[in-house]
Design a protein around this ligand. Structure first.
Ligand code: SF4
Length: 406
């Protein structure tokens, strides 16, 4: 196991409060940033001591990452070279440490209902892959006096993660104790859970507003890093500009009342064992992100106000390919509209994105109310969410009187 941990390198002797740590804003950092921020805060990083690279852009890659690629890989991993380069030689104030965790597994609300909660293998190995590009001609880290710290971290297993982080930081933080790291890791998990809770609550609020106003919404199904404008091309922003609220697949509400309402009948019929069970649609449930995408598709298929699902995936994504068909089938069998933007890479074809977004808006305008009405009819009228459902029932009754069936 030792070989997986970063080598001690030069080793800084200064306290953490005096160091600057750079973290590439890439891949699963997009869903775990609150963990890392709180971890380093609890360990005593100084003000301004933690710096994230900027969002992905062509300029960033041209200026800092070009020529640093090592193996042909998917687009989000390829972009990491620009982030590494920006942190290494694009800072006004030099960083002391480049911290790029090899995230092996992820915390997930589906843990216990799925086979595992692993990160994509390319995500796990990406730091090693990208680092090699900066060692090719000479060791740029050594030349710039920057320590490279890239521990394997099993974020899906808190006790193991604490052990891994202790071993990784022993060479970075003088006098670090196991008690300190355990305490800091606990705080980091709490911060991540709190952030997650806030976003899920926000999604619930959006659904309540949709019910109150009779406005359908869209669900974007992608990976967390598709929020990066250079990776996801801000497609969700374009959709929102059409006047429809947008929910993000990773942050759907998981409150008991909503889940009972959506999945209760299937549990009673013995089709699934829990609202979080995805074994009916996805048996190979090893990947945390993939599991959550499948679950979100199930949620969207049942939630009346989600009238449309928009799937995003990146160029050469081997993880997403096997899920295209099940995700589309789960969504469409409920009558929910489904559109996808696949193979996203550095080209942002603004014209064609605009046309496709306008097409989605046209379909929503034409069919959304009927979709909501039909989905509503399948759910129990004895709703555990009476405030939402009463509002929706009035909206549906009003629209049924004026709209033709599609
Ligand atoms: S999920 Fe797909 S795009 Fe993302 S890192 Fe893995 S292979 Fe690459």
């Amino acid at each position: 196991m030792e070989k997986w941990f970063a080598k001690p390198g030069s080793g800084h002797q200064e306290p953490l409060s005096k160091l600057r740590i750079g973290i590439p804003r890439v891949l699963n950092i997009w869903s775990t940033h609150q963990f890392w921020i709180e971890l380093f805060t609890a360990l005593g990083i100084g003000k301004g001591g933690l710096v994230f690279s900027s969002e992905t852009s062509e300029q960033q890659y041209r200026d800092f990452g070009q020529g640093r690629g090592t193996v042909d890989c998917c687009y989000p991993v390829k972009c990491m070279a620009g982030h590494y380069g920006e942190l290494l030689y694009g800072q006004k104030r030099k960083i002391d440490i480049l911290f790029s965790p090899m995230i092996y597994s992820l915390p997930s609300f589906l843990q216990g209902y799925v086979k595992d909660s692993l990160a994509c293998p390319r995500v796990m190995s990406a730091p090693e892959n990208i680092k090699a590009g900066f060692l090719r001609e000479q060791d740029l880290f050594a030349e710039l006096g920057i320590q490279y710290v890239a521990p394997m971290v099993s974020l899906g297993e808190p006790q193991l993660a604490a052990k891994q982080l202790f071993e990784a930081f022993a060479s970075v933080i003088p006098g670090l104790t196991r008690h300190q790291i355990n305490h800091s890791v606990d705080r980091a998990y709490a911060a991540l859970a709190n952030f997650d809770h806030q976003l899920r609550s926000k999604s619930r609020e959006i659904l309540a507003e949709c019910a109150a106003s009779g406005t359908p919404c869209l669900l974007v199904l992608g990976r967390a890093y598709h929020m990066d404008p250079g990776i996801g091309h801000e497609i969700e922003t374009e959709l929102q500009a059409q006047g429809y609220p947008v929910l993000w697949g990773q942050y759907l509400p998981t409150d008991e009342d909503i889940l009972d309402w959506l999945f209760g009948a299937e549990i009673a019929d013995g089709i699934i064992g829990s609202p979080l069970d995805i074994s009916d649609v996805w048996r190979s449930s090893y990947s945390a992100n993939t599991n959550e995408i499948l679950w979100a598709a199930k949620f969207a298929a049942r939630m009346p106000w989600i009238a449309c699902v928009v799937r995003l995936s990146s160029y050469e994504c081997g993880m997403d390919q096997p899920t295209y068909t099940p995700v589309q089938a789960v969504t469409e069998c409920s009558g929910t509209l489904f559109f996808s933007f696949q193979d996203l890479d550095s080209t942002k074809p603004a014209g064609s994105v605009k046309i496709r977004v306008e097409t989605i808006a046209y379909y929503l305008e034409r069919y959304a109310k009927q979709i909501v009405q039909r989905k509503m009819a399948r759910l129990s009228p004895q709703s555990p969410m009476p405030c939402l459902v009463n509002e929706l029932t009035q909206v549906v009754a009003a629209s049924a009187a004026t709209e033709p069936n599609c």
